[in-house]
Ligand binder design. Structure first.
Ligand SMILES: [Zn+2]
Length: 386
């Protein structure tokens, strides 16, 4: 069982009435065998408090019960993290050594930790792929296979989703939000209204991520990721010259970056969704099977900000890592583990991690930049008529 540092506990519970603290502690220390009562207690809290607070309590419970493989406290240890400040973009890139992330591929350990149940009736599992593996994001399969996982139903823009902690967490309060139906990870206009609804419901405390077909590990089931950390790219240098469209409080910004990055910001949801949708559809239209994107959505006070990184399906991996790079990396947070890092020039993953430099980080991003780009003039015309 994971220990919870006292400061983590008190930080996460800020904003809870003192009379409800004991209920929060009861939830955090509850066993999965008391799941029915635990769900009732969570429901009670959710009626009284906001989604972000409820999620933080669920995350602590999942950490305490051992469902989450790596303790976020490990990320803050000096030997497991480093950062590189880039004066050109004003971004401080973060790199994390997270060996436990590789364990998510180790079935035996997942069974030992109780993350996956040992004996299950495989005939009862639904939506199997060609290899016979059942979809990890179908609620029915989670109920059968993952006894420790707490999954909360969540309505977003009138559609039913579920939210559950990511057992191979990269960052604090890292969750997956997935549709109640087994529907493919394919862009649709509602993607943005769903993201905005989540940002509203979680008070801007949580960020939301949508990986098109660039780094989404489960392409058969629509999902998002969310976390409460601030991403390095959020501090990117933007000057007035980078603003390519402005109408009332809506702005489209094209800052200098190592990947094609477009930032859409504004308060009016319908106008933003309209511009974002025109943009994504135009990008997809020239090469529908090749062009895709990573999206990071944040909310500051009443202002939404969407970071769109253009990607191509044939350029998902950099030479340094075996896994596809997705929104976390595009947003400036790189995670390394033995399994994911290629042995370069005979170096182990940890040696490679220790020898990282700003130039290597920049080259990793440049290495996954698409070969096609969008013409600024064409896009300005499209935005004006949207
Ligand atoms: Zn599914």
């Amino acid at each position: 069982m994971k220990k919870i540092p006292p400061d983590l506990f008190s930080n996460q519970l800020t904003g809870i009435d003192s009379k409800d603290i004991s209920l929060c502690k009861k939830i955090v220390f509850a066993s999965f065998l008391e799941k029915e009562q635990l769900m009732k207690d969570l429901q009670f809290l959710w009626e009284k408090y906001t989604l972000d607070l409820v999620l933080k309590i669920i995350y602590l419970q999942q950490l305490k019960s051992g469902f989450i493989l790596s303790d976020p406290a490990n990320y803050f240890k000096a030997e497991n993290q480093n950062s590189f400040y880039d004066p050109d973009t004003q971004i401080r890139f973060l790199v994390q050594w997270n060996p436990e992330r590789a364990l998510r591929k180790n079935h035996k350990i997942l069974i030992k930790r109780g993350i996956i149940k040992e004996h299950i009736d495989t005939n009862a599992l639904i939506n199997k792929d060609k290899k016979g593996k059942a979809c990890y994001l179908c609620k029915k399969n989670i109920d059968l296979q993952n006894p420790k996982e707490i999954v909360l139903p969540l309505k977003l823009d009138e559609e039913l989703f579920y939210i559950g902690a990511n057992f191979a967490s990269i960052s604090d309060n890292h969750f997956t939000v997935f549709h109640h139906q087994h529907r493919p990870q394919k862009y649709r206009k509602k993607i943005f209204s769903i993201m905005m609804d989540f940002l509203n419901k979680s008070n801007g405390v949580f960020r939301i991520i949508y990986n098109g077909l660039a780094g989404a590990s489960i392409e058969a089931h629509e999902h998002f990721q969310t976390t409460s950390i601030r991403f390095p790219v959020e501090s990117i240098k933007c000057s007035d010259q980078n603003i390519i469209y402005k109408h009332k409080d809506v702005k489209i910004i094209k800052p200098d970056y190592y990947l094609p990055l477009w930032i859409f910001e504004g308060k009016k949801e319908s106008k933003l969704i309209c511009l974002l949708d025109h943009f994504i559809r135009y990008w997809h239209s020239s090469k529908p099977y090749e062009h895709t994107e990573n999206v990071l959505g944040i909310k500051m006070d009443s202002l939404f900000r969407f970071f769109i990184f253009l990607r191509e399906k044939s350029k998902l991996k950099s030479i340094e890592q075996t896994g596809a790079l997705a929104t976390f990396e595009a947003s400036g947070l790189f995670v390394f583990s033995e399994f994911l890092t290629r042995k370069i020039r005979g170096k182990s993953g940890k040696d490679f991690f220790s020898s990282l430099t700003l130039d290597i980080i920049k080259n990793m991003l440049k290495g996954i930049a698409p070969s096609d780009n969008l013409e600024l003039d064409t896009m300005m015309k499209i935005f004006r008529t949207a």
